[in-house]
Design a binder for this molecule. Structure first.
Ligand code: ZN
Length: 186
């Protein structure tokens, strides 16, 4: 089932999300619905606050890019992050063009570390701690920001933020209509 996306300006996106336990009601169905929502909206990651749940749950899915052959692999790479925590930032900080399903039509280069040590539980509540890099590390950092009430435009320079102000206000006041369904304003 597609779950309507919470847009920029909704207080849900500014909340600190709560950790969950394996007995969280309907967890498996929720994860399936989040993947369906993400794929329908053409995203590569989705955090639970974006579908109006203030919990520490993230889904990520993309086809890995191979620099050597300049192609995308046939196999989908999928991750479920429950209660994720960035333990350490490693490597250089790099710019990468990001967008967000909660902020339609805005894409900006965001500076983040290229590698992180990440601790999380997967959909079977198996514990992981690994150094991750590439698109997985990039998307994970973007989605983990959502769990702490942050969005990618918060990380832009004051000048860029000022330049985007009107477009962000348009999103906040419901004037932007992506082809996927957004949560209606109360
Ligand atoms: Zn986002």
């Amino acid at each position: 089932m597609f779950l309507p996306i919470v847009g920029y300006g909704d207080p849900m996106l500014r909340k600190e999300a709560q950790p969950i336990t394996p007995d969280y009601p309907g967890l498996k169905q929720l994860i399936d619905d989040m993947f369906e929502t993400m794929y329908t909206a053409d995203g590569v990651g989705l955090a639970a606050p974006q579908i109006d749940r203030s919990i520490q749950l993230v889904v990520i899915g993309f086809r890995p890019y191979d620099e050597k052959t300049d192609t995308y692999g046939p196999e989908e790479e999928r991750h479920v992050l429950i209660n994720p925590e960035i333990i350490e930032e490693r490597g250089e900080k790099k710019y990468f063009n990001e967008g967000c399903l909660s902020i339609p039509d805005i894409h900006e280069d965001v500076l983040r570390p290229e590698r992180i040590v990440l601790h999380w539980w997967d959909e079977n509540f198996v514990e992981h701690q690994e150094e991750i890099d590439g698109l997985f590390a990039r998307v994970a950092q973007h989605e983990i920001d959502h769990l702490h009430g942050k969005v990618f435009t918060d990380r832009l320079s004051p000048l860029r933020k000022t330049m985007l102000k009107r477009r962000l206000n348009d999103v906040a006041s419901g004037k932007v209509h992506p082809r996927y369904k957004m949560k209606r304003k109360k």
